[in-house]
Each structure stands twice: as structure tokens, then as C-alpha cells.
Design a protein around this ligand. Structure first.
Ligand code: ADP
Ligand code: MG
Length: 475
């Protein structure tokens, strides 16, 4: 029997957001969950935990980040007898990285009972230390199929006390050609056991595994969000003292050309600006105290892609219309879910995808719950500590804004500036971006690596037959 959980507003989806204390879990486990701030269950947890805690086999289909680890770790830990020094649970993962992540998550969930030994057994490390660790006894092993098979063949791993077998990311294991290894390993497990299979997709190989190795499995399936929803929303837990630093971290990871960062107060905007500048990130802010001219200048730089981040409060951002916005960052979560929806609706426009990245402190919990309810979503939690940007180079906007003294009053038109740059100065059209003429100034975006030369040539030449003063708006 398959139970399918639709992505939104249905009774089944409402199972998500239920509290863990509705489950038959030990008080100590509930306390751990509370400590970890796992207050409500994710949809896949809500759908699978009643099944797995009852001891049944399960096939669960859900995408990354949906909280699958706890969905298998809780039943496995609940059954575990710490006084019995034998491998009672085994988790197979496709890669060392995933095995390490699973190991860490189980360790966190297991901290209410000391003396539970969890061992990671992956290829790429020497066998001997692993063998020695196994000799000292482990309760849970997490590993890749090939290495687990090696240990079984050499007799360093014994599975006769095993009562829970987990196949995590089973589709990826199959993609990587692990079918035979998995089959070998599963055959070494006692017939009397609980088998849990987790997968993001459901290819034929999974059905084959299930038919061969599972006993009347219950199936739980979490459907994807609708495709037309182009805003991908992610939630990150932060401590308040790391919040501003986390914004820089997110920017360096997602590397948007243009991002809008919302703060709840003007003071927070100022503080964030300082932090970002210290990191060499080109950020500007808008606030109500600015003159119209300053405000225009900020918006022009942001819109012509020469500023990576615009930091603003809701009031300051009112009426702002920016076409191309790769990301909205909620530096502070707003108490009003409608404002939240409005904020993130600024990204993911037209045919572009957009990121909505939310930094959530301990005090923001209820706000997130309200937002999730209103949007009919299950917050997709991601780990900030796990964010390692592969590209640690500075985040630099592609364009630089040049400011020309002289505007409408001098009857300058965009064509005059474009003509000056592509004529005698010798630049190509592609090196010139947006041109904006205001009353007193004209702003032109040029590709960053020709900016200095463009200032020099414009200053030396003429715009509309006149010498002009030009400077780059760079700190
Ligand atoms: P998956 O295996 O589905 O990709 P994980 O089990 O790795 O997802 O969980 C994703 C993230 O969500 C982890 O950082 C985990 O700590 C967190 N998480 C899991 N369950 C909950 C919950 N009920 N409440 C809050 N955070 C959770
Ligand atoms: Mg996982």
C-alpha cells in the first residue's frame, strides 16, 4: 500500500508540523529532540515514524533535506540495547560524505544515551583501524556497500545481532553500480530484521531490491513541490551572534549577481553593511533618511548589476521593482507571514529561478511555523555549518557604475554616452551595460575589467561635444 503525501493543503500534509511527543518515544529521546530544536516533524518523518516505530518495513521516497535521517535513526535507536555489544543496526550509504553526515546526525540523536558506539566504515580509509574499532564493539555501523562487503568477507564484521538495516539514498547507490554489493550484504543479514529503504526517486531497481529483500513494506511518498513554483526556499538555523556573518557565508556560497537582504530594523541594516564591507562584498543600503538623489544612485547601481547586495527594511524596499534578482535573503524573519511572502516574491520572476534564504534564530521558531502554515510548505532546513563554498574567491559584481556629471539638464541622452564609449573610446556594445540619465547625472554600467580605462577615455574625450567629469562609483 502506498501512502502519498501531496505537497500542500491536504489533511495528509497537515501531518507535518505534528509534534514528536505524539510518538511512542522515550522521554530522554524527546528531550534530545527538544535540545536539537526539532519541534515538529517534517512530512516524511510524520508519515514514516508511526510505521517504522511499529517495526514495519518501509520504503520512503523524499527529496534531499526532507529529514530522512531522523526518520530511520529514531526507530533504530529506540530498539537498540546499549548493553549488548554487537552491531544491531547498519546503514548503507552511497558515498563517504553521505555516510559521515548520517553518522553525525545519528550521533546527535543518540546523545541522550552515552556509550552508543557508531562506526563509519567507508572505502578510501585503511582497513586496519576500522577492523580494530570493530573488535572493540560497535552498536551501529554506517558505511558504503563495497567496504562493508570487504569487512564481511574478512570476517571483521558480524551481523548476526542485526535487527535494523537501512538503505539510504538507495537510488544513488544503484546509479553507482552497487546493486550486487548490496545484494551480497543483505544476504549476510539475519532474515528476522526490519529493513528501511530511502530514496529520492523510484527507479525499477528499487522495486527489485524491495521485492527481494523486504517484507511487506509500507510505502510513503513525498511529492515534489509544483514545478511552476520557481522560488526555492531554504531555512538555516543561526545563533543571533552569527547572523550577519551567515549572510556573507550564504552570499559566497550562492554567489548571486543581485540579492536583496531584508532586515527588520535600520540598525540591523547598518550593522550588516559593515560586516559585508569588511568581507569585501559590494553592498549598499536604502533607508528613509536618504535624499532622493542618493536613493536613485543606490537603485541604479543595484539594477545595473554593479552591486551584489541591497540591504533594506520592508519600508525602504517599498515600491522597489527589480527584474533580475537571484536571491532574497531574510536576514531577520518577519513576524508577518504575508510580508514574508511579499519579500520572497521579488525573486523567481519571469523565467528565472530564485532563492529565498532564511536565517532563523532560536526566537524565530513560531514565525517559521506561521509562515510554513500560510504557504503550505514544509520548511527545507539546511545546515549552515555544512556550507563550504567550493569557490572562496571574492564575490564581485560583473559591472561597475560610472557617474558622469551632466544629465537631463545638459540634454544628455543614453545614445550620447553609448556613442562616446563605442566610438572613439573603442569599447564594444557588449562592454556597456545599462545607461540611466537623471537630472544632474548620467550613470553608465561597464564591464568591470574595462572600468578604469572607460573612466580615462571618457574624461579625455567628449560627450555630446563637451568635456565631462567622470568617476567610478567604487569604494
Ligand atoms: P535528508 O536525509 O532527507 O536529505 P537530513 O536527515 O539530512 O535530510 O535532514 C536535513 C536537515 O534537517 C538536517 O540539518 C537535520 O538536522 C534537519 N532536521 C531534520 N529533521 C528536523 C526536524 N524535525 N526539525 C528541524 N530540523 C530537522
Ligand atoms: Mg540523507
Amino acid at each position: 500500500m502506498t501512502k502519498t503525501i501531496p505537497p500542500s493543503s491536504s489533511p495528509a500534509a497537515d501531518a507535518a508540523g505534528r509534534f514528536f511527543n505524539e510518538l511512542p518515544l522515550a522521554p530522554a529521546m524527546l528531550a534530545t529532540l527538544q535540545q536539537l530544536e526539532y519541534l515538529t516533524m517534517t512530512p516524511i518523518q510524520a508519515a514514516s515514524l508511526p510505521v517504522t516505530l511499529a517495526g514495519r518495513d518501509l520504503i520512503a521516497q523524499a527529496k534531499t533535506g526532507s529529514g530522512k535521517t531522523a526518520a530511520f535513526a529514531l526507530p533504530l535507536l529506540t530498539k537498540l540495547n546499549p548493553r549488548r555489544f554487537a552491531v544491531q543496526a547498519m546503514v548503507l550509504c552511497p558515498t563517504r560524505e553521505l555516510a559521515d553526515q548520517v553518522t553525525q546526525e545519528i550521533r546527535r540523536l543518540a546523545r541522550f544515551t552515552d556509550n552508543i558506539k557508531i562506526l563509519s566504515l567507508c572505502g578510501g580509509s585503511v582497513m586496519r583501524p576500522q577492523r580494530e574499532s570493530l573488535e572493540h564493539g560497535a552498536h551501529i555501523v554506517v558505511g558504503t556497500p563495497g567496504r562493508i562487503m570487504d569487512h564481511l568477507e574478512r570476517g571483521s564484521l558480524k551481523l548476526d545481532a542485526l535487527d535494523t538495516l537501512v538503505l539510504d539514498e538507495a537510488d544513488r547507490m544503484l546509479d553507482m553500480g552497487f546493486y550486487d554489493d548490496i545484494a551480497f550484504v543483505v544476504k549476510q543479514c539475519p532474515a528476522q530484521r526490519q529493513t528501511l529503504l530511502f530514496s529520492a526517486t523510484y527507479p525499477e531497481g528499487i522495486a527489485r531490491l524491495a521485492r527481494q529483500f523486504m517484507r511487506d513494506p509500507q510505502e510513503v511518498k513525498l511529492l515534489e513541490q509544483h514545478k511552476e513554483n520557481k522560488i526555492r526556499q531554504r531555512f538555516y538555523k543561526v545563533e543571533n551572534e552569527n547572523r550577519l556573518q551567515a549572510v556573507a557565508q550564504l552570499l559566497k556560497l550562492y554567489r548571486p549577481v543581485s540579492a536583496l537582504a531584508f532586515c527588520n530594523t535600520k540598525q540591523q541594516c547598518r550593522s550588516l553593511l559593515e560586516v559585508l564591507h569588511a568581507q569585501g562584498i559590494k553592498a549598499l543600503t536604502l533607508n528613509g533618511d536618504m535624499e532622493q538623489r542618493e536613493r536613485d544612485q543606490v537603485l541604479i547601481q543595484f539594477a545595473n548589476r554593479s552591486c551584489s547586495v541591497l540591504v533594506a527594511t520592508d519600508v525602504a524596499a517599498r515600491g522597489l521593482d527589480i527584474a533580475q534578482l537571484e536571491a532574497v535573503i531574510n536576514v531577520d524573519v518577519t513576524p508577518d507571514p504575508e510580508i514574508h511572502i511579499h519579500r520572497i516574491g521579488r525573486t523567481g520572476r519571469a523565467d528565472e529561478d530564485g532563492w529565498a534564504l532564511n536565517l532563523c534564530g532560536p526566537a524565530d521558531r513560531n514565525r517559521i511555523i506561521n509562515i510554513a502554515r500560510m504557504m503550505h510548505i514544509e520548511p527545507e532546513w539546511h545546515d549552515l555549518a555544512a556550507l563550504q563554498s567550493s569557490d572562496d574567491s571574492a564575490l564581485v559584481p560583473p559591472m561597475v557604475t560610472l557617474q558622469i556629471l551632466g544629465g537631463r539638464k545638459e540634454k544628455i541622452r543614453p545614445g550620447d554616452v553609448l556613442g562616446a564609449l563605442t566610438g572613439e573610446a573603442g569599447f564594444t556594445r557588449e562592454q556597456v551595460g545599462k545607461i540611466t540619465v537623471t537630472d544632474q547625472y548620467t550613470y553608465v554600467a561597464v564591464v568591470r575589467n574595462v572600468a578604469r580605462e572607460a573612466v580615462r577615455k571618457l574624461s579625455a574625450g567628449k560627450v555630446k561635444g563637451k568635456m565631462v567629469k567622470v568617476r567610478a562609483l567604487e569604494d
